[in-house]
Design a protein around this ligand. Structure first.
Ligand code: BG6
Length: 486
């Protein structure tokens, strides 16, 4: 077990804290990774919130942990680590002084400041941390998206934090990077000679990266309607996944080498503007439809507005202009209220160069590697093989499956737990560097501008489907189809 640490959750009674951070810390406790005397200091907005905090923590654990994970005796001991305090982040004064006194009871220990608050108050929060001498070589700040609305606002946020924290102490979370299969993607790529040799434009036909969700707005209408799917999902999660698929092998598995390789990919993304955006992107918005036999409302109904041009779905074709990926299309797709919840990377290989089995031996399907990140985490490789049910020479695709929950019985993935513990131990390799944020926005901004200039409304799709037909047409133009889960 490591040394005790303190984690301060700014926005301790917010949705993110209850849904993700608290369950992640509980799991850390259950795995002996929250050493005795470590403190979870949760900032509440007022006394009422503070008084009821521990009972809300308990409810949150019961609600958000997976089946069988909640144990009341563990939850009780975990709660002893939790210290709710009242703090008005924007107001200096007595409350901040009490926070400083509380933290200074252990002045030498690692402190993680988790900013689970709107970016508009990141600056003032960091300023107060600095003013009360709470920033030193043991402290780190963890920041959550949205990191800006475009390149300029992201830069302004990063500048503000950088006034008080060194880049090496800033941990920008993209929770997709904490998913075990995402890390496994790097392990797969960089430790297997078969993939090392077969990972470029010579062998790979195209790549699909798709994150489909079945949920709608989940009470985040205000934020989401401003952001839309491109900013909410593509700028961060999808581009990060694309980087991991496309990057060169880092010289070492450390933060600076990995980040440097990711930045090169982002820099090589072919910029799009005007007509290209029209040709290579599809925007969609869901209308009411059926999900698992239940009628679910459309976006505008959920929003309670007569009109909105915000996209809840994006599909796009991207190119990476470098030697490895020349002319290989990368199709990215994400949407709310789609048919199934699934995050998947599909590496579609080329066909064999010469067909030796002629006659009636069956169609040849190219090899395909499917890395599924959720709901279950698995890797599947489709190979062609002989059909063993017949003496005739018939070929058929066969799947090699690695299902992590079957193989690793105790495997319980929690991206937030992983990332918080990494921040505690100062391992920033799964966090985003400021340069990555800047490059990602530099690619995204012109797409948004082109959409705005064209003033084109999103294509409608029924909730419970795979998105608008235009998304299928995007791939059909190149002779492909989306690999749809389930
Ligand atoms: C968040 C987005 O970053 O990721 C949400 O803001 C989205 O809109 C969520 O629902 C998806 O995360 P996961 O891990 O559930 O796929």
């Amino acid at each position: 077990m490591s040394e005790p640490f303190d984690i301060v959750i700014f926005g301790g009674a917010g949705d993110l804290a209850y849904r993700k951070i608290i369950p992640a810390l509980y799991r850390s406790y259950c795995e002996d990774k929250l050493p005795a005397s470590s403190r979870v200091i949760a900032c509440c907005r007022n006394e009422d919130e503070q008084l009821s905090y521990l009972s809300h923590v308990d409810e949150a654990l019961q609600e958000h942990l997976a089946e069988g994970e909640y144990h009341s005796d563990h939850a009780m001991i975990f709660a002893e680590h939790v210290h709710p305090v009242v703090l008005d982040i924007a107001e200096s004064g007595e409350r901040w002084q009490s926070m400083a006194d509380l933290l200074n009871t252990y002045s030498q220990r690692v402190r993680v400041y988790y900013l689970a608050i709107p970016p508009a108050i990141f600056g003032v929060c960091c300023q107060h941390l600095s003013q009360y001498n709470l920033v030193d070589e043991h402290s780190r700040v963890v920041v959550e998206k949205p990191l800006g609305y475009n390149a300029a606002t992201a830069n302004a946020i990063n500048e503000e934090i950088a006034r008080y924290f060194d880049e090496s102490a800033i941990y920008r979370i993209d929770h997709y990077l904490g998913k075990e299969t995402v890390q496994n993607l790097m392990a797969l790529r960089f430790t297997n000679v078969i993939f090392e040799q077969l990972w470029d434009a010579k062998s790979i036909d195209h790549v699909q990266i798709s994150i489909s969700e079945t949920v709608g707005l989940e009470g985040r209408a205000g934020f989401y309607n401003e952001a839309g799917a491109l900013r909410d999902m593509v700028q961060n999660h999808l581009l990060q996944l694309l980087c991991l698929v496309a990057m060169e092998s880092p010289h070492k598995m450390n933060a600076s080498s990995i980040r440097a390789e990711k930045v090169k990919v982002l820099e090589s993304l072919r910029p799009m503007s005007g007509e290209e955006v029209k040709r290579h992107t599809v925007r969609g918005q869901y209308v009411a439809g059926n999900h698992k036999g239940k009628l679910v409302p459309g976006y505008l109904e959920e929003l309670d507005q007569a009109h909105s041009s915000t996209e809840t779905f994006v599909a796009l074709r991207a190119y990476i202009d470098n030697w490895r990926w020349a002319r290989v299309p990368f199709y990215l797709r994400t949407g709310k209220r789609m048919k199934h919840r699934c995050a998947e990377i599909v590496i579609q290989y080329k066909e064999v160069s010469h067909r030796v089995y002629g006659g009636d031996t069956g169609a040849l399907a190219p090899n395909r590697l499917v890395i599924r990140l959720q709901p279950e985490e698995s890797i599947q490789l489709t190979l062609m093989a002989k059909d063993l049910d017949t003496l005739d020479m018939r070929l058929q695709p066969a799947n090699l499956n690695l299902n992590f929950s079957d193989t690793y019985k105790h495997f319980k993935s929690d991206a937030y737990k992983r990332l918080i513990l990494d921040a505690v131990s100062a391992n920033s390799s799964l966090f985003i560097h400021r340069d990555e944020v800047a490059h990602a926005w530099a690619w995204i901004d012109p797409i948004i501008d082109a959409w705005q200039n064209a003033a084109q409304e999103p294509h409608l799709y029924r909730a419970g489907t795979w998105g608008p037909v235009e998304s299928d047409e995007l791939l059909a133009e190149d002779g492909f189809t989306w690999f749809n889960a389930g």
